[in-house]
Write a protein that binds this ligand. Structure first.
Ligand code: SPQ
Length: 751
């Protein structure tokens, strides 16, 4: 792309000063364009051209244009820019007329809803002549029409797509781009063919369906009955059948090829659905409906600019944590993230229907859920933590239509890579900015040794391109780092590999995969630090109760310990011994924590945990506890900051490759709050004392954002925490539960 083109897409250009603007066709769109630019005083004069005398009269009377001309040549004489706003099928004739004039350097642009036919017409009309033409399409409209509906604000916050062609020079493109931006539009540039295909799918097809449905029902003899009893759904779906028939007739003729392509695909889908109804295939119907529902919800979020992709890139969600607070109450934090991921994965690969309760409805686990939907698994919910998975068996996954987006979730990407390496189809795994920086060679290398074909971006970063159709062979693998994700990835690949797959870990890591495989009836042997599986068995659907996540409970374990006069009960928390390092470390520091009502739930031990305020002291954290508390260190650093004496952490270099570099980011934040913290290559040294107030950055890392929220309990002034949007990845109701027990943290401005 040339410099001028990239400049116009990125920078808001200065208001251009134009001489003459001519708008041909004074309908709603042409009139609004003319009126908007005229009101902004950007043109010396705005001239309107229209075949209808009444429209010309009204345009002048309503201040849409300065004056009108009947003669096209006279109007265009000396124009800087001419906007063609006539019906799309009239464009060809108009362009032929314009080609007869001496246009000099005048820029032509248009507002047609299909672009291919206009570009072809311009090419034909101006064969052998030079012309400066920038095709455009504002995606805006109104129920009203005609020049009397002209509205200078019509394009504000609406998309305008420019589709530059061989007749669009950089300066002409920049000028048209700048004019639309002056009207408040969000301007985007697109290839002509791409535009027509996208619009055929998103606008033209829905109109076609609405027109046909209403016509089809209206033709039937019992039509009065049908319309009398038609409910809201009919009204909503058919609203656009009230659109201008002539305009839509023009659009379908103009965008014929793209509409036909989209319609053919849709007809196939409709036929498949008809067959499913005919065959009583409820599974197929549920699959289509659940996928559509989720897609619709996601679309709604995008429209409301609430989609997490959006929040992460553009919105700095700031938490304001006010100092002090005394905690009390009984709460249940959301479901365990690690177990929630695995419930979807194994439930999908099982034979039969798996019911999950307590599922974490956070964005990470939802990314896994969506990936399996994209691979054809029918999954109902989540609704209040309940999910129903209609398993497809170990060999029942289908090729997804596009890349699988894993959001912020390392667990999704690493575990899925093992599973996908053994599928018959290719897949690409992508993620957000944070995940795209995380190391994937730790899974790609051993998987390649098993026979997988995987490409990564430079330095082993995502995206991962996984080639399907490979025969994997089991192996014995000694993990160089203690990682449950690597272990689980290889065990999942091992379900498909010839022979036996064994993974040996240098220190115990969370064993939810092993436990859950057994829960689904799949044999796993564990011998000391080695876990093994063999292919050739199957998973049988089961019922899973996900306990509350100890990693989320950890924020309240530290909060209850450091806040004065506090006592808190955390209900139904998973206390799998590979996860309880946080309790052990807090107890070593002098924490007052007791486990009550211990019980076994679906292969995992749970308990209610009571925590009371305590005078904490600094310790040397035993290295063997590091993998057992790996996700809880950010908040443990907060505990260390108010403990008496020095706390030293070693052997925790893994913290540097999590959603952020958790050693550096926590050290930076604590230092900003006046804590004496010294990062080391594999840990941190913290001199306990007091915490001040100030400004800190979570770097999009959920656990950092929540840790600094907890720090406020002992801070001497408010803490402003930037980049908090990703708290929703693991703990969507963190702020609500914090408020419930007495932590004074809220979204800034919403306290
Ligand atoms: O999924 P993700 O982004 O890797 O999440 C984290 C977290 O803090 O939520 C790590 F950043 O948890 C990991 C954990 O650190 C979840 C996990 C699992 O479910 O298997 C294992 C741990 O990672 P690893 O790299 O030690 O295997």
């Amino acid at each position: 792309m040339s410099e001028a083109k990239s400049a116009v897409t990125q920078v808001q250009p200065a208001a251009p000063k134009l001489g003459r603007l001519v708008v041909i066709g004074l309908g709603l769109i042409g009139g609004s364009f003319a009126k908007g630019l005229r009101e902004r005083g950007l043109c010396r004069e705005v001239i309107g051209v229209d075949l209808d005398p009444e429209s010309r009269r009204l345009a002048v009377e309503l201040g849409v244009v300065d004056r009108c001309e009947v003669d096209l040549a006279a109007a265009c004489q000396g124009a800087d820019i001419i906007q063609l706003a006539v019906p799309i099928l009239a464009m060809e004739k108009l362009l032929t007329e314009l080609a007869k004039l001496d246009l000099g350097t005048t820029v032509l642009t248009d507002v047609g809803s299909a672009k291919g036919n206009v570009v072809r017409a311009a090419r034909l009309a101006f064969t052998g002549k030079s012309v400066r033409f920038v095709p455009g399409h504002p995606i805006a409209g109104s129920e009203q029409s005609g020049v009397e509906a002209s509205n200078a604000q019509l394009f504000r916050r609406h998309k305008v797509i420019l589709t530059p062609c061989e007749q669009s020079d950089d300066a002409a493109l920049a000028l048209v781009d700048a004019l639309w931006r002056e009207l408040g539009a969000d301007v985007e540039h697109m290839e002509v063919e791409h535009h027509d295909q996208v619009l055929a799918a998103t606008s033209h097809l829905p109109h076609l369906l609405a027109f046909t449905l209403v016509d089809s029902l209206a033709k039937r003899s019992e039509n009065l009955e049908i319309f009398r009893y038609a409910a809201g759904g009919f009204r909503d779906f058919t609203r656009i059948a009230g659109s201008d028939p002539v305009m839509w007739h023009d659009i379908f003729l103009a965008n014929r090829e793209a509409v036909l392509r989209t319609l053919d695909v849709f007809r196939d889908d409709l036929d498949a659905l008809r067959d499913a109804v005919d065959a009583g295939d409820g599974h197929q119907l549920l699959g289509v409906f659940t996928r559509a529902r989720v897609a619709r919800e996601h679309f709604g979020k995008i429209l409301a600019r609430r989609a997490y992709v959006d929040a992460m890139h553009s919105n700095d969600l700031v938490f304001l944590a006010n100092p002090g607070g005394k905690l009390s109450g009984r709460i249940r934090v959301p479901g365990d993230k690690s177990i929630s991921h695995r419930s979807i994965m194994l439930g999908s690969l099982a034979e039969g229907t798996t019911h999950v309760e307590g599922f974490l409805e956070g964005e990470d686990a939802l990314a896994t859920l969506q990936a399996f939907r994209d691979m054809g698994v029918v999954i109902e919910g989540p609704h209040h933590g309940r999910v129903t998975i209609h398993g497809v068996g170990l060999n029942g996954l289908k090729a997804p239509a596009g890349p699988l987006y894993m959001g912020n979730s390392g667990t999704s990407m690493r575990l899925l890579s093992g599973l996908l390496a053994a599928q018959p189809f290719d897949t690409t795994l992508t993620g957000d900015a944070s995940l795209s920086k995380r190391p994937m060679n730790r899974v790609a290398k051993p998987l390649r040794e098993m026979g997988a074909v995987i490409e990564t971006a430079p330095e082993g970063r995502p995206p991962l391109m996984i080639k399907g159709g490979q025969r994997l062979t089991g192996m014995d693998y000694e993990m160089p780092m203690a990682s449950a994700q690597v272990k689980s990835c290889l065990l999942l690949a091992g379900l498909y590999a010839a022979g036996r797959t064994s993974v040996t870990e240098p220190a115990p890591t969370r064993d939810h995969t092993e436990r859950m495989l057994r829960g689904f009836g799949y044999p796993v042997t564990v011998d000391g630090s080695t876990a093994s599986v063999e292919s050739g068995h199957k998973l049988t659907a089961t019922h899973i109760e996900v306990p509350a996540d100890i990693s989320s409970a950890a924020f309240f374990l530290v909060a209850g310990s450091i806040a004065e006069d506090s006592e808190l009960v955390l209900e139904h928390v998973g206390i799998n011994p590979t996860r309880t390092g946080v309790i052990d470390i807090l107890k070593l520091m002098g924490g007052d924590i007791t486990l009550e009502n211990q019980r076994e739930v679906g292969g995992e031990t749970v308990a209610d945990i009571r925590v009371r305020s305590a005078k904490l002291k600094g310790i040397d954290i035993p290295e063997d506890l590091v993998p057992l508390a790996i996700d809880e260190f950010p908040v443990l650093f907060v505990a260390a900051s108010v403990a008496e004496g020095r706390t030293v952490l070693r052997g925790a270099e893994e913290l540097r490759v999590k959603e952020s570099d958790r050693i550096q980011v926590m050290a930076d934040g604590l230092i900003a709050l006046g804590v004496k913290a010294e990062p080391t290559p594999d840990g941190i040294i913290i001199e306990g004392g007091s915490i001040g107030g100030g400004e800190v950055w979570a770097h999009g890392d959920h656990r950092i954002a929540m840790s600094f929220s907890v720090a406020s309990l002992r801070a001497t002034a408010p803490i402003r925490i930037h980049d908090c949007a990703n708290v929703a990845t693991s703990f969507p109701n963190f702020l609500a539960l914090s408020a419930q027990v007495g932590i004074r943290v809220a979204e800034e401005g919403k306290a």
